[in-house]
Design a protein around this ligand. Structure first.
Ligand SMILES: Cc1cc2nc3c(=O)[nH]c(=O)nc-3n(C[C@H](O)[C@H](O)[C@H](O)COP(=O)(O)OP(=O)(O)OC[C@H]3O[C@@H](n4cnc5c(N)ncnc54)[C@H](O)[C@@H]3O)c2cc1C
Length: 362
């Protein structure tokens, strides 16, 4: 019997679990380790924030899912990897042996150390619901970060507050909104924000936060009662601290087969890895989902001594950001469209994704 350990219930691991449900292997003991019983789906975070979705719609019960398919579930946070003895170490010293292991543990928030006392942590993802329930009703909420997650949460927080006649939530971006997707996309989303009267500031960097305010690099202060810092992903410290091969930013370094550069029995997917052939690949749920089939196929190929397949990312993909009030902003490369149809499409895709996994155990 070979022990395959999945660390984290991220997107790619959900696929592995669903494939094991469809086609169990008598010779494999599948083990899932997660710090929380539930895995929360970030595609529905904006809908949850706006009040469109309830808690049970945006989460998957990993414990029930594992039990249903005959996998072992341990609620734990993996804090160290001893790759030589093929053992994982949990936060209270528990040890988990493996013949093959995969990490899909997401990323951390890239917030400055000195400001952390004033920032509401939403990562790992199981922190999100409680933090957002507190944040959206706070007196003076502030969002820092003009990328997809910052923009989406600003729109959905704003929509939730407007219905309750609460004061504005402020959005600060060090560049244009959605600048990574090009000038045309930025112009369009900023026009949508202006039309909806969402208060946002571009080309403004937040340099300091104290108990009651945020201060920009030019010295201007704005009142704050709660801050969400969404400026981009940071690697979990686990890999570097355990002496695993990592990229310059500390993400687990893997080949395009999603296999560690040094340890063939170690795999990884999603935000927590850096693929040597695609070092600049965006960290988002789209790629984490797409890596799922390659990861599970390669874990089995590795156990069976077969050749491994490469993950080949598509160059462009559809991304849909909720803008609140039953509308969304769809981008494909540098093309974009805003309105009710993208929101309907987003709801359809997100609900379908969740149903795939929830129906296994419900
Ligand atoms: C507000 C917001 C909205 C977003 N919206 C979208 C969107 O609409 N579309 C999109 O494509 N992307 C979106 N993203 C980005 C997306 O959330 C991430 O890219 C995606 O979740 C990464 O998936 P993952 O599978 O790598 O890990 P995750 O989904 O983050 O899952 C990782 C899991 O590992 C667990 N874990 C963490 N550390 C450990 C450990 N040490 N041991 C064991 N388990 C651990 C965590 O608890 C978690 O369950 C959004 C991000 C945010 C913040």
């Amino acid at each position: 019997m070979k022990i395959v350990v999945l660390v984290g219930g991220g997107h790619a691991h959900l696929h592995s679990l669903s494939q094991f449900a469809k086609k169990p292997r008598e010779d494999v003991q599948l083990v899932l380790i997660s710090p929380a019983v539930h895995q929360y789906y970030s595609g529905m975070f904006s809908g949850f924030t706006e009040g469109v979705y309830g808690l049970d719609e945006i989460r998957i019960d990993l414990k029930q899912l594992a039990q249903k398919i005959g996998a072992a579930f341990y609620q734990d946070t993996i804090c160290a990897i001893d790759a030589n003895s093929r053992t994982l170490i949990g936060q209270h010293g528990e040890t988990y042996p493996y013949d093959a292991v995969s990490f899909d543990i997401g990323s951390q928030t890239d917030s400055p150390e000195a400001l952390r006392n004033y920032i509401s942590p939403i990562k790992p993802n199981y922190h999100f619901p409680d933090q957002l329930i507190k944040f959206r009703k706070s007196a003076k909420p502030v969002i820092v970060g003009g990328g997809a997650s910052g923009v989406e949460l600003a729109f959905s927080t704003y929509a939730w507050r407007m219905r309750r006649h609460l004061s504005d939530a402020l959005l600060f971006s060090s560049g244009a909104l959605l600048s990574a997707q090009g000038a045309a996309v930025s112009r369009k989303i900023e026009a949508v924000a202006r039309k909806k009267a969402l208060p946002f500031f571009t080309d403004v960097t937040i340099e300091d936060i104290d108990a009651t305010s945020v201060t920009t690099s030019t010295g201007t202060s704005y009142p704050q009662s709660d801050v969400l810092w969404l400026t981009g992903p940071k690697s979990p410290s686990l890999f570097e601290q355990s002496g695993m091969p990592v990229d310059r930013s500390g993400f687990l370094a893997v080949h395009e087969t999603l296999q560690s550069l040094r340890y063939p029995e170690v795999f990884g997917a999603g935000d927590c890895v850096s693929i040597d052939r695609y070092p600049d690949l965006a960290k988002n749920g789209v790629y984490a989902v797409r890596q799922g089939p390659v990861l599970w196929g390669n874990l089995l190929n590795f156990l069976d001594g077969n050749a491994l397949s490469p993950f080949v990312p598509q160059k462009r993909y559809v991304a849909i950001l909720s803008t609140g009030g039953g509308e969304a902003f769809l981008t494909y490369g540098n093309w974009s469209v805003h309105g009710k149809t993208p929101w309907k499409l987003k709801q359809y895709i997100d609900k379908k994704f969740m149903t795939t996994y929830q129906t296994i155990y419900r």
